[in-house]
Ligand binder design. Sequence first.
Ligand code: PLP
Length: 393
Amino acid sequence: MACVKEDREYVLNLYNRLPLSIDHGKGMYLYDEDGREYLDFYSGIAVNTLGHQHPRIMEAMKEQLASFTHLSNYFCAPSQVKLARLLVQNSFAGKVFFANSGTEANEAMLKLARKYGQGISEKKTRFVSLERGFHGRTFGGMSLTGNDSYKVQFGPTMEGITHIPLNDVDALKKAVDENTCGIIFEIIQGEGGLKGVSEEFMEAVKETARKFKALILVDEVQTGLMRTGKLFAHEYFDITPDAMTLAKGLGGGLPIGAMLVHERLENVLQPGDHGSTFGGNPVAAAAGSALMEVILQEDFRERVEKSSLYLLEKLNYLKEKYPLIITDIRGRGLMIGLEVGAYAERIRNDALKKNLLLNVTGKTVLRLLPALIVEEKDIDLFGEIMDDVLSAM
Ligand code: PLP
């Protein structure tokens, strides 16, 4: 456990780490230094979409590493352009900006909306976002985030952001006016407990945005790239975003973020307005293109849907068997939350002892984010371990 010991000694203690020293990963599993096998339902918090060490991703990275790792954004890189093309051809967007992370992609989206607003009126600078929403840790992302626990200790945040309760149509109508430049939200709140936007709320977003010329800005950093069973979670609704952010799974495990922008806004940001030294790293972009090619195969979507239904079946069985522990099942596709109240931490710790890795969010919710390659046998194992853990409570 040299890693755990030295981690405590040399790395800032910010993450409440698990006491594991991982040696390697393969597919759905992680292996520690002693060769113990863990079923991984974190998938790097929705980053390792195709599991660990997926051959197509590894191959794409190696191929790119053999030619160059970084050029600077004064040059176009074929792998970056390919990823942009795949994103544009499969979304509402006309163009893409690449960043390195989710929060940076959201910063870009804030700047896009602000500059768009400035083109209409000097006062059009305000944002509306959702309580319990999460948009990152930079000052802009943190300011948009609708949970004080992430920000109270850091002094003044960005001005001009109104947070409203999820799915509160009246609050939305009150909050949006001609000075609103953007309405920003997640389709399912990943950090905030896996609650999703309603059809009625989406219709109201569309209507108010149209009325007041506010942009619809969707943060799909966690929900994007087939996590919810569609390529992008907003496709469950009749809505066209003005801009959308992605990150997490986009680089097949390497850091990359993206802002996708609708054609009618693609000239708002001009050369020099925004940028990033590392944004759209060629190796991450090559891995991202490989990932896109895999998840865009027709049978992949079907596979995610099948796994999701199978997992839900298991979860419903567990909920019926342990109704006092599991009180709600939320989410879509392979982004699922189990409301387990004060049991959350204990379940996570007991599952770890039985070699199942589970993530807790919002203190009371078990967040299940298995890699999208999860198979029935993995879900069976998950079900067995959960049954064991819950029956001991
Ligand atoms: N937006 C959402 C919806 C997220 O879930 C996250 C991270 O969890 C972020 C933004 C921030 O992404 P990053 O940690 O890559 O900056």
